[in-house]
Design a protein around this ligand. Structure first.
Ligand SMILES: [Zn+2]
Length: 166
């Protein structure tokens, strides 16, 4: 068993003030939460620009916390970033520039309508999209997609919403 003091010692000094009352941080994540993440991606180490990726807290980037787990991987000069699964150090997807983050968000909207409107259930929507993209359903996450895959996913969702065969 590690004591709270030992766990705190794992946290780089400049981040210690930012750790929540639960004491968990990307440096001493929750084992339960970590074990629950299916198909975890490795932590990004290097940005496409060649610089090392670092951990940031929301307060450092946005000046406020946007979730209960306000941590992210980031290349500061590029503003390329990705969040983490709650209470883990596992990235939610691949490192993305602002442009790619916006593309992912915009292209996910019509896809989400597929199941939010009851046209199909969520599992069927992901299954259908994975088949269309010819990727395993375990890898079918917008947070993992590049811009081109996002567009293909969007086009498929829009066609499916219109009831056209994709
Ligand atoms: Zn970079």
């Amino acid at each position: 068993m590690t004591s709270a003091a030992d766990a705190q010692a794992l946290v780089p000094a400049e981040f210690r003030e930012l750790v929540g009352d639960h004491g968990k941080s990307p440096w001493n994540p929750s084992r339960t939460a970590t074990g629950r993440v299916l198909n975890p991606l490795p932590a990004p180490e290097r940005c496409a620009c060649g610089r090392p990726v670092e951990i940031f807290h929301h307060l450092q980037v946005y000046g406020r916390e946007f979730s209960d787990w306000p941590w992210m991987y980031r290349c500061e000069p590029c503003d390329a970033s990705v969040g983490m699964h709650p209470f883990t150090s596992i990235p939610l997807g691949t490192l993305a520039t602002k442009a790619l983050r916006e593309t992912r968000k915009a292209c996910k909207q019509p896809f989400e309508l597929l199941w939010q409107t009851g046209r199909m259930d969520r599992a069927a929507a992901y299954g259908g999209l994975a088949r269309h993209l010819r990727i395993p359903v375990e890898e079918c996450h917008f947070g993992w997609f590049d811009a081109e895959t996002c567009q293909r996913a969007r086009d498929w969702a829009v066609k499916s919403l219109r009831g056209q065969p994709a």
